[in-house]
Design a protein around this ligand. Sequence first.
Ligand code: FES
Length: 140
Amino acid sequence: MPAYSEKVMDHFKNPRNVGEIPDADGIGHIGNPVCGDIMELYIKVKDNVLTDVKFKTFGCGAAIATSSMITELVKGKTLDEALKISNRAVVEALDGLPPAKLHCSVLAEDALKGAIDDYLKKSTGKGLPGFKPHEEHPPK
Ligand code: FES
């Protein structure tokens, strides 16, 4: 059985920012075709700042912990700052993940980018340049 850090267990058992934002400015909906897990991430944006972020994850413990952590890391950040937060930064903030679970953190990064892509499409007509969800979610 893989060993999870205390932070991973904490975010798995007490995930932060769970739920939906009914009047969200952007929604990221990402599924992992390999394991079938699904993540939805909702954002509110004001003056280019992420004022609120919530998520719903139907997936494994690592996916729940990484989505919880990414909401904490990006709340209050500008869109540009949030886009610089990679899945590796999320894993580091959680004190690591077992190698076999690294792919789960890619789901969190993609869900955030998907929500920002959706927001940009709605507000400017153009999505996030180069955004394409990873199809297989390989570790990176
Ligand atoms: Fe599917 Fe973790 S096993 S995201």
